[in-house]
Design a protein around this ligand. Structure first.
Ligand code: AP5
Length: 212
């Protein structure tokens, strides 16, 4: 299956994408994770992306489109994928359609996750992440030992772009640029709305239904 998980910052796209990726053996392609890894490793991509990500702005379309096009060429994506955080603008959505059309493929479903702004802010402010990719929440999904990753023993930290001022900017950018994609995929007849303001297991149940 070729899937897109769409929705505002902190709504739980990554949490649900990781679950479905494990259950269905589909690669989880998260542009935010790819960009943060590049920033940590100080690659050329990371050096270019850092200023945008830290400010809560979108990285230029050409750059993210290239990253995704290259990633989708890898053999593990041949049988399907979950795109999380991409596309985020109309040009990105059109470029994705072109990439797939060149291979006689198309998206199967776009899951649009929604929740109230209050829920988003609560989830983002309590998120703690590990460099290994694990994600926790101080209240909703705490690690066994405070500040320490259950999976690798690494130290948890708060993403720089999860601080208050930057979160406001990310929400503003989402409203201005990404909201348009709801209409785009609705018109294509592949959008499914998921109420993400519930517990992770309840949301997962709706996701499984949407994919069945
Ligand atoms: P990115 O990493 O994609 O961030 P985002 O879209 O803002 O999404 P988040 O990672 O904040 O949230 P999420 O929905 O995955 O929530 P999560 O599952 O972690 O992008 C970061 C930046 O990279 C962008 O600002 C931009 O600069 C750049 N970028 C990335 N892609 C780009 C693109 N295509 N174009 C241009 N620039 C791009 O959950 C959040 C928290 O809530 C966690 O702590 C989790 O444990 C908890 N939680 C999850 N679900 C639930 C639940 N149901 N109940 C209670 N708690 C829950």
């Amino acid at each position: 299956m070729r899937l897109v998980f769409l929705g505002p910052p902190g709504v739980g796209k990554g949490t649900q994408a990781r679950r479905i990726s494990e259950q269905r053996g589909l690669p989880h392609v998260a542009t935010g994770d790819i960009l943060r890894a590049a920033i940590r490793e100080k690659t050329e991509l990371g050096k270019t992306a850092k200023g945008y990500v830290d400010a809560g702005a979108l990285v230029p379309d050409e750059l993210v489109i290239r990253i995704v096009a290259e990633r989708l060429e890898k053999p593990d994506a041949a049988g399907g994928f979950i795109l999380d955080g991409f596309p985020r603008t109309l040009p990105q959505a059109e470029a994705l359609d072109d990439i797939l059309r060149e291979r006689d493929l198309s998206l199967d479903r776009v899951l649009f996750f929604y929740a109230s702004d209050e829920t988003l802010v609560e989830r983002i402010s309590g998120r703690r992440s590990c460099a290994c990719g694990a994600v926790y929440h101080v209240r909703f999904d705490p690690p066994k030992k405070e500040g320490i990753c259950d999976r690798c023993g690494g130290r948890l930290s708060q993403r720089k772009d999860d601080r208050e001022g930057t979160v406001r900017e990310r929400l503003r950018v989402y409203g201005e640029r990404t909201n348009d994609l709801i209409g785009y995929y609705d018109a294509a007849g592949i959008l499914i709305r998921i109420d993400a303001g519930r517990s992770p297991d309840e949301v997962s149940r709706s996701v499984r239904q949407a994919l069945s």
